[in-house]
Design a protein around this ligand. Sequence first.
Ligand code: GTQ
Ligand code: FE2
Length: 353
Amino acid sequence: MASPKFTAPDGMPKQDQVNEFYQAVAEADLQPLWVQKGIMPKEPPLAAVPFAWKWKTLKELAERSGELIPIDRGGDRRVLSLSNPGLSGQPFATPTLWGAVQYLGPGEVAPAHRHTPAALRFVIEGSGVWTLVNGDPVAMSPGDLVLTPSWSWHEHHNPGDVPMLWFDALDLPLARSLDAVFFENGPDQMVNRAVDPTSNSELHFGSGAGLVPFEEKVTQAYSPLFAYRWKDTDRALANTLRKSETGTASLRFVDPTRGIDVMPTMRCSMHRVSAGAKTRTSRRNGSSVWVTFRGSAVATIGEERFYLDEGDMFAVPSWCPISIEATHDADFFCTSDAPVFEALGLDRAEFLD
Ligand code: GTQ
Ligand code: FE2
């Protein structure tokens, strides 16, 4: 359809024509590029800030939530999310990552559900808990990494007599910004509570380094191994450190069948820094959330220094330089959105020292 050509009334001053033009553009729900500031900044303008949450506070408030807040349908999960002070009150650790501390008391069950945001747990303290992942019972102990990938059913059980506290990370903010979040509740009683918490996933894919089922082809986007045990991680870090000249060891958790990241949206890694050693200063685009699992250290993130002890969690925003110097032998769990950046060809990284 041909639209009538606009002609300015005779003698209309140029400036008035320009003003009318801008008004017509706005009325047509358009915006001229040339008046927009900051659309293409030289570097990403950051909202999220470097930030650390102390375990002392996290634990105390998680325990109080355990006493005060029941867990059942409706509440579903007893979780306190890390809210980065730069993100205007949103419950997110970084623009792409949800980080949280979850508390499950003795005898409690967090009921079955599934969601498209992928989740992982890194256990901090407690024992006896197991998580049912797509019907497969996965035991949880301190230092273990447990995956509940996108759209997998999961429910947490604590049949023991001590509480468990763990770190949760989800790609929820990313999935949300892509309008990709779906959620579904599961049936209430999916399993009998006395189930043997040895996962099929580990029996098939986790019994030996470099050994995977002869013919089984993994086609889903995530690792078929749902649990990475502290005993294995610890040994791998110790072996790496033996041949390290820097006093540091960094390892990535991978899908044992393909060597790729455990889930398509979250990279998981573990870092050991010996007392007195210091990592190189590096930065990358995309963000990460860290858990201090053992030891103590000073992390320099951007311009800020954070004194870290066991259980402390911290957020590293995009393009922010980070280095860690251990005061006592220290181990860190880290999860980041790096696989997303790499898949999209947007990844950038550099060392600054
Ligand atoms: O344990 O299923 O921290 O669904 C946030 C959402 C944990 C969970 C979180 C969740 C879970
Ligand atoms: Fe969940």
